[in-house]
Design a protein around this ligand. Structure first.
Ligand SMILES: Cc1cc2nc3c(=O)[nH]c(=O)nc-3n(C[C@H](O)[C@H](O)[C@H](O)COP(=O)(O)O)c2cc1C
Length: 263
């Protein structure tokens, strides 16, 4: 049985990772393991307690994960054998994260004890129907529970496919740079439809990197450093923020906005 408290750091754009992390937290707590869950976008990596087991949870984006999630992970303090595990959620294929991340945390002095990728409904390009999504979520959460037990029982593993995953990692890091380039930000600007917007400001609150500002008394403005986590488009109560990547502009969310915003 795993010894020690678990501190689980995660980010979730549209709720899939949130559900998975909550299921794992629930399982750990049921088995008497003290577990605290923290949001990556609200946490300082310097505050990580190296006497606890560290969990990392995030969605896959561009075969990797978001730039600000990488920044958090790469800024974790140097450890001396602190146990660490990861879980990601994805629509279908990643490839550029599990192996490279294992090497990064190992070099920092952590002991990698488990990695799991969990397929959940895709939130970009093609949004599936409600029943398909429901089935995927159920299956995903079952896998999350099993993985949590594997971690507790010492059965989880964090493997690495050399070369292939490294090649995908470097390609995806280049793609993430392109994502944040001026040209991309200009071309794929998530615009606010002023006719639909009710100026509620929820998108400002939801944006994990403070990229949306409310013009004084006016409409929200999406500044030019979007990570495309799709929180603003998916949770907008008035569907006022464009979803240029999605077929027929359909959006997906696994939970309500207030669930994600809970501290
Ligand atoms: C910008 C972006 C890029 C994505 N890239 C991938 C990808 O490369 N591979 C994949 O399988 N899913 C990809 N997805 C789908 C998400 O990883 C998946 O739906 C995930 O469960 C979302 O988790 P969340 O709800 O916690 O944000 C991408 C989603 C977004 C928004």
């Amino acid at each position: 049985m795993l010894n020690g408290n678990i501190d689980f750091y995660y980010f979730s754009g549209t709720g899939n990772t949130h559900l998975v992390v909550k299921k794992m937290e629930e399982t750990f707590l049921k088995e008497g393991v003290t577990t605290h869950v923290y949001k990556i976008d609200k946490s300082d990596p310097k505050d990580v307690n190296l006497d606890h087991v560290i969990g990392l949870g995030f969605p896959i984006a561009e075969l990797s994960t978001y730039d600000f999630v990488w920044k958090f992970i790469k800024s974790l303090p140097t450890a001396n054998g602190t146990k660490i595990f990861m879980v990601d959620t994805l629509g279908g294929f990643s490839g550029g994260i599990v192996g490279p991340l294992r090497e990064i945390v190992k070099k920092k002095g952590y002991q990698p004890i488990g990695a799991q990728e969990i397929i959940m409904p895709p939130n970009i390009f093609y949004i599936q129907d409600e029943n398909t999504n429901k089935e995927k979520v159920e299956k995903g959460l079952k896998k999350a529970e099993e993985y949590a037990y594997d971690i507790l029982d010492g059965k989880s593993r964090w493997g690495r496919v050399p070369l292939i995953s490294d090649a995908i990692y470097y390609t995806s890091i280049a793609a993430l740079r392109l994502t944040h380039s001026d040209l991309n930000q200009k071309y794929f600007h998530l615009a606010v439809n002023k006719k639909k917007c009710n100026k509620c400001g929820q998108c400002v609150e939801l944006c994990p990197i403070n990229n949306i500002k409310m013009e004084e008394g006016k409409y929200p403005v999406n500044l030019r450093d979007c990570a495309y986590c799709l929180r603003c488009t998916s949770f907008c109560p008035k569907k006022a923020i464009s979803a240029p990547f999605n077929y027929k502009s359909k959006t997906y969310r696994a939970v309500k906005a207030k669930e994600l915003l809970k501290t």
